[in-house]
Design a protein around this ligand. Structure first.
Ligand code: PMP
Length: 340
């Protein structure tokens, strides 16, 4: 059995968290003279620091007990908290499989945590031998796996292998998992070292509301709660999340449209002279190789169509987010007119 407690920084284990007024007393009725709030107005009261209603709703949707759920100000907040909980600045390391989401590297740097980068193979999968060799370094406390991976779009086959074989914490970033049927969320109980990140920013269409979710053991959730700012989710964002989660038909319809569009766009892109290769995607974006990514990117910008130039991560590749059918059509027309 993995001893998760041993992986936690000692200052975090010992931390006495701030006890907010709403933590100490959370009844809905009463005369509240405890939080130095203004008694007038409609946003005058602090929000629920534990987001109980939102967690309850997610718990029903995901079939997971609320004590396994943490809500962050976007999943980016949860990523940052993982560094702060498990990695001592200047001593411990984290590992990522490249190319992947850029914020792991930025937040490692912010937290002064050295980052070991293991390249994915030509199919953008984990090379198990290389991973095993790299993970022998006992100062690596945290591994990030992004599945489906950004910017490559594929699911990572060896995610469970790493969770099982690595003795540290594995953060499995499933930001795009709603667009495919692959998630490890039903294996949480099996793996005490697993943290799964999801978000309402993608399939749920709530990027502006900044609602990220971490699913993990109650012990890890208690650490995330200890370290987060007391009122990290605003009442406005909380309400937006509850509204979206209450409209699941909307979510399912939009998701179906986006997945269909992704599949159609992949096919159409592969027929264009300017496109050399379309990588298979299980997310809401497509990675494609062109002859010259800088030229294609600049030509599209001139036509008012903005994609992501990923040339610096994957040679001559562009990443295209799936838009509405008419936006995708406009992209295809514009690409048709770019000389190969
Ligand atoms: N993880 C991945 C893989 C992402 O691509 C993104 C956003 N682009 C995030 C996390 C951050 O999402 P959020 O909006 O929840 O902070």
């Amino acid at each position: 059995m993995k001893d998760i407690k041993k992986l936690v920084r000692s200052n975090i284990l010992a931390l006495q968290p701030y006890s907010s007024a709403r933590d100490e007393f959370s009844a809905t009725n009463g005369i509240f003279l405890d939080a130095n709030e203004n008694p007038y107005g409609w946003l005058n009261r602090y929000p629920d620091p534990q987001q109980k209603e939102l967690k309850q709703k997610l718990s029903e949707i995901k079939g997971i007990n609320a004590e396994h759920i943490f809500i962050g100000n976007g999943s980016d907040e949860a990523i940052d908290l993982c560094f702060r909980i498990f990695c001592s600045p200047g001593n411990d390391k984290a590992l990522i499989f490249t190319p992947t989401y850029g914020m792991y590297e930025v937040l490692a740097a912010v937290n002064d945590v050295a980052l070991v980068k293991v390249p994915l193979n030509a199919s953008f999968q984990i090379d198990r031998d290389r991973a095993d060799a790299a993970l022998k370094d006992s100062s690596i406390k945290l591994v990030f796996i992004c599945s489906p991976n950004n910017p490559t779009g594929n699911c990572i086959d060896a995610a469970e292998y790493i969770v099982e074989s690595f003795n540290g914490i594995v953060v499995l970033d499933e930001a795009y998992a709603d667009f495919c049927s692959s998630s490890m969320i039903n294996k949480l109980a099996q793996y005490p070292n697993l943290i799964i990140l999801q978000t309402l920013s993608k399939a749920w269409g709530l990027a502006a509301a900044r609602i990220g979710i971490a699913y993990a053991s109650p012990f890890i959730i208690s650490l995330l709660n200890k370290v987060k700012p007391p009122y990290n989710i605003s009442r406005l964002n909380n309400s937006a999340a509850l509204k979206a989660l209450g409209e699941q038909d909307n979510y399912l319809t939009q998701k179906e449209i986006l997945v269909n569009e992704r599949n159609n766009l992949s096919r159409a892109l592969s027929l264009l002279p300017v496109v050399k290769k379309v990588y298979p995607s299980e997310a809401n974006f497509i990675l494609a190789e062109v002859n010259d990514a800088d030229t294609v990117y600049n030509s599209l910008v001139q036509k008012g169509i903005i994609i992501r130039n990923r040339n610096s991560q994957v040679k001559n590749c562009i990443r295209i987010t799936i838009g509405t059918p008419s936006e995708n059509e406009a992209l295809l027309n514009a690409l048709q007119n770019i000389a190969s």
